[in-house]
Design a protein around this ligand. Structure first.
Ligand code: SF4
Length: 299
């Protein structure tokens, strides 16, 4: 794994800086893992949070600089605390002791070498809940191949299909290409989502897509791509966009999503034949179970 760190090609930017000797690339992450917070979280998709919560660990920094980021203090402000592999392993074990169904690594890409060191310590100390890789979708294919057999549940975003949109909002015009290649690789490794008798996931792929205002046509292309992977792929279609942080610098996304826009995307999901999709009520971060009334969700 360290060979992907120096020169760094952990994500689609492929900065090729020497992270081990302390150089920084676009993500500004150093060579020590930095954690912003960790907690048992009940707000993830129901398959992930289950009834006891998901053991989320939020990592500092990010390789994408989306102007609408809801966690910008962590992702762009780099707020957090540097941790040793031993300390990070302790956090994982503490979350397991608190009953978390899984360990949920949030935006882990740029720290994966250090996270793997922590995991090997945690496994020696009887960590045995599934591992969730909760990524923005901009991982290098080399990194994902090395994670085969390590990650139980992949939970990537697929933010954009269009290169120009990816360039405009995340300064990464190869994002769609990287995300599509990555999602295919994740699917090859773990397949569709598998759940236990309590409907809590223990293996597989769940893809998230946040619908942006004025971007319905791009969302439809994302859905077409995802439905081409498997009609049983679980997708979470998120409506919770709000114009935060630097969204005001982009007039086209400096407003909330409308119900009509969101519903048009849901219709596309239904037409695509995808069987298992999760939707959100407008103005809510709550994700509904698949048996929610999908015909008239916003009456
Ligand atoms: S993780 Fe990505 S953005 Fe960060 S230094 Fe490596 S290649 Fe660059």
């Amino acid at each position: 794994m360290r060979e992907l760190f120096s020169p760094c090609i952990l994500c689609g930017h492929r900065c090729k800086v020497n992270r081990i000797s302390g150089d920084h690339g676009i993500c500004k992450a150093g060579n020590t893992v930095k954690v912003a917070s960790y907690t048992v979280h009940h707000g993830e998709e129901p398959y992930i949070s289950g009834f006891q919560g998901s053991g989320t660990i939020f990592f500092s920094c990010c390789n994408l600089y989306c102007p609408f980021c809801q966690n910008h203090e962590i992702s762009h402000g780099n707020k957090g605390e540097a941790v040793t592999p031993e300390k990070l392993a302790d956090m994982m074990l503490e979350l397991q002791r608190k009953g978390a169904h899984n360990i949920n690594l949030v935006t882990p890409t740029h720290y994966m070498p250090g996270i793997l060191e922590a995991l090997s310590i945690a496994y020696e100390n009887k960590l045995d809940v599934p591992l969730v890789y909760n990524t923005n979708g901009y991982d290098s294919i080399e990194l994902l191949r090395l994670l085969e057999g390590v990650i139980d549940i992949y939970m990537p975003d697929m933010k954009y299909f269009d290169k120009s949109t990816a360039k405009k909002f995340s300064n990464a015009d190869n994002y769609p290409e990287a995300a599509m290649e990555g999602i295919r690789e994740m699917y090859r490794q773990v397949g569709n989502l598998k759940v236990n008798e309590d409907d809590v996931a223990y293996k597989g792929l769940l893809v998230r897509h946040l619908v942006l205002p004025g971007n319905v046509e791009d969302s439809k292309k994302v859905i077409e791509f995802l439905s081409g992977i498997s009609k049983d792929l679980v997708v979470s279609i998120m409506s919770q966009y709000s114009p935060q942080y630097k969204a005001c610098e982009h007039p086209e996304i400096n407003r909330k999503l409308t119900k009509e826009e969101y519903w048009e995307v849901i219709r596309k999901v239904q037409e695509s034949g995808l069987q298992d999709y999760l939707i959100q009520e407008m103005d809510s971060s709550e994700v509904y179970l698949p048996d929610f009334d999908k015909d008239e969700p916003f009456k």
